[in-house]
Design a binder for this molecule. Structure first.
Ligand code: ZN
Length: 414
């Protein structure tokens, strides 16, 4: 299915980002001049109508997967409360994203895209048409909608526009290839190489190695080792230099119904002596200040120039840890111990090898997940180890045997 967002005539209601384009252009507002409040949101069937009590500058939309959502940012808008959900929309939430932007999030009962968005002639309501699509057809990027010129709120006095690359262009967020046995009853592990595209992660002071490349090479080595073992199925969230927001990473694991999710990273410290690997699992309360700082740094992958590409991070972090998630957290912690046990036969770990913090990428409520910091890119020896064939194969052996033991143990407990 093709949607006609790529044609931009003059004075179109839809401008800006086209499907799968390389650039996102973002207006950063400094002083809101005037603002219309969101007075009513109504969803019915595949239509959504957002009404304002005064003029707004414009709106833009982007999609999020797993759970499926569409977020609308209203520039020059003040958030109201709630909204009426029906049809494809399960729930409506709204909040003030920044002083000049109201954000409205629609929880969907299936993946959908906006096929048309149009402001009314008086600029005081925005109507959106939704259409359900396959998950692979959800595109990255924003769609923009502008009210007619005469009925547009004065833009903020000071505003500027920035353009930045959002990783490689892609037409859709496709589910990755699954490697290993074709028997779908075999457990599936998703390996997530952190960062990518415009986000290099940590840059090593020793030889300028990028974290995004180091961890991708490790992810591939682990995949190959698991495929050779023939016991489990494996998929990578990314197998190239592309950028994914954190929610997309665990979203892929959830959509594939994965049994285990491992996010791979390499650490940085001001003290170049710091070395060794650490396994992190999710906790709302960080085990120490350093773990909290690391989580804050890794969670920043979603934020560029103040714009949170992950969108719903604040919602996600406020999800109460329910019983399912508690169970998931226990399994994750068991796996973390196993990863230390098997991994330390191959490589060095830190004194406290298992720590806790609030990493967005670990927030899938139903997929046991760990974040593995394989070593320090600020440490000379770690850099040499992680970038050597021998080092990679040791990491791969350690991680793969932890994965295989984990599933063997689960099988034995059945
Ligand atoms: Zn990282």
């Amino acid at each position: 299915m093709k949607f006609d967002w790529t044609k931009t005539g003059h004075r179109m209601h839809k401008q800006g980002m086209a499907l799968g384009t390389l650039l996102a252009s973002t207006l950063l507002a400094i002083h809101p001049a005037q603002a219309g409040s969101v007075s009513r949101i109504e969803a019915s069937g595949s239509k959504i109508t957002i009404s304002f009590d005064d003029l707004v500058e414009g709106a833009s939309a982007f999609s999020l997967l797993g759970p499926d959502r569409i977020a609308i940012d209203v520039q020059g808008g003040k958030a109201g409360q709630g909204g009426y959900a029906a049809g494809i929309v399960k729930a409506v939430r709204q909040g003030q994203y920044d002083p000049n932007t109201a954000r409205i999030v629609f929880d969907l009962d299936r993946p959908a895209v906006i096929t048309e968005g149009r402001f009314s002639a008086d600029g005081k309501s925005l109507q959106l048409n939704l259409q359900p699509v396959g998950q692979g057809q959800i595109a990255n990027g924003r769609q923009s909608f502008l009210p007619p010129m005469n009925f547009r709120a004065e833009p903020p006095r000071k505003s500027y526009s920035v353009k930045m690359p959002l990783g490689k262009p892609r037409d859709s967020v496709n589910l990755p290839k699954i490697y290993g046995p074709s028997d779908t009853s075999r457990p599936l592990v998703v390996i997530d190489a952190g960062h990518g595209g415009h986000d290099p992660g940590t840059v090593s002071p020793h030889g300028g190695k990028y974290e995004k490349n180091v961890v991708l090479a490790l992810a591939r080595a682990i995949r190959d080792r698991l495929v050779a073992g023939g016991r489990v199925r494996v998929a990578l969230t990314r197998d190239s230099d592309e950028f994914l927001v954190l929610e997309e990473r665990y979203g892929i694991a959830r959509r594939l119904n994965a049994d285990l999710f491992i996010s791979l990273h390499a650490d940085a410290a001001g003290n170049e002596d710091a070395s060794g690997a650490t396994v992190y699992t999710l906790s709302e309360v960080a085990s120490d200040r350093e773990a909290a700082k690391l989580a804050a740094r890794e969670n920043k992958a979603n934020i560029i120039n103040g714009i949170n590409l992950g969108g719903a991070t604040r919602d996600v972090s406020s999800i109460l840890i329910d019983l399912t998630q508690r169970e998931t957290m226990n399994v994750s912690a068991d796996f973390a111990k196993l990863l230390h046990r098997e991994g330390s036969r191959q490589m060095a770990f830190r004194k406290i090898p298992h720590r806790f913090a609030s990493f967005v990428v670990l927030k899938a409520p139903d997929t046991p997940s760990v974040l593995f910091e394989a070593g320090y890119l600020t440490n000379k020896d770690d850099v040499a180890f992680l970038n050597s064939g021998d080092g990679r194969s040791r990491v791969a052996t350690g991680v793969a045997s932890a994965i295989e033991s984990h599933f063997a143990r689960k099988l034995a407990m059945r």
